[in-house]
Design a protein around this ligand. Structure first.
Ligand code: NAP
Length: 252
């Protein structure tokens, strides 16, 4: 029985890999950066005496999903816990960004996550048990001007996960959505922006995610500030996000 974690080469996914290894789970870690994952594999196998399989895969296209699924089958490992963490975004005006970028983000954040959830949930149903963690965002709760596609994908992740939490309960499967706020990872840089000063450590997100997932929580929002932010009235939140992201866009 293993935990499959996408996007485990850095940030929150890497910290999740550490937390699960520390709790004696064997892992299958997936992302594009093989070298980084090989280093993590060595570290975790030595430190925690667990087995770590590395899958080099690009999940921004549909072949990537199939490749990952086939690799997991070829390993002969049963996935007890699926963590859909891989994700990407950008800051910029919607009309200025190339369509390819939008399509890759939609594929990675939504389509690949959906297909992996479907494939592994179907197997979990056979065993009448399993856990799925989908990484959404506090951005799932509001539209995000100047990062519109990214926020829209994260709204989808939250909606899908909350619906499946109900639907799969009768099969003994829990589905949880993790909603981090700004977190100190590669994410901001990859999205073409600076880290927010208030960004929290990814270790904190990973520990809270583990706790929430084990309890079968429907939604996990780590940190008081993040929980408070999602309660801000919608019109005020959209205004704040717009000002903030537009500022970042100018600097980028
Ligand atoms: N950091 C934040 O402020 C924040 C806030 C809310 C939600 N989140 C969410 O948290 C999740 C993890 O992000 P992070 O903050 O930890 O950022 P990160 O350090 O940039 O990690 C992103 C992970 O996704 C993987 N990834 C990206 N594109 C991929 C692709 N095409 N195929 C396969 N894997 C891919 C990356 O690996 P490779 O580059 O090696 O492929 C990396 O392992 C994302 O879903 C993100 O949307 C982050």
């Amino acid at each position: 029985m293993s935990v499959l974690i996408t996007g485990a080469s850095s940030g929150i996914g890497l910290e999740l890999a550490k937390v699960f290894a520390c709790h004696n789970y064997d892992l299958i870690i997936a992302a594009r950066s093989k070298e980084k994952m090989d280093i993590l594999k060595q570290e975790l196998e030595e430190k925690y005496n667990v087995k770590v399989h590395v899958c080099e895969v690009d999940l921004s296209n549909e072949e990537g999903v199939k490749l990952l699924y086939d690799k997991v089958k070829a390993l002969g490992e049963e996935v007890e816990i699926l963590i859909n963490n891989a994700g990407a975004g950008y800051v910029g005006e919607f009309t200025n960004e190339p369509r390819e970028r939008d399509l890759q983000i939609i594929q990675l954040n939504m389509t690949s996550l959906t297909l992996l959830t479907k494939y592994f949930a179907q197997e979990m149903i056979q065993k009448q048990k399993g856990k799925i963690l989908n990484v959404a965002s506090t951005g799932s709760y509001h539209p995000g001007p100047y990062t519109a596609v990214y926020y829209a994908t994260k709204a989808y992740v939250l909606s899908l996960s909350e619906a499946l939490n109900i639907e799969l309960k009768e099969y003994g499967i829990t589905v949880s959505a993790l909603c981090p706020g700004a977190t100190k990872t590669n994410f901001a840089k990859a999205a073409g922006k600076e880290d927010a000063g208030i960004a929290m450590p990814p270790e904190f997100m990973a520990k809270a995610a583990y706790k929430g997932l084990m309890k079968g929580k429907r939604v996990i929002i780590p940190g008081i500030r993040n929980r408070a932010f999602i309660k801000i009235p919608r019109s005020i939140a959209i205004y704040m996000i717009s000002k903030y992201q537009k500022g970042l866009k100018r600097k980028a």
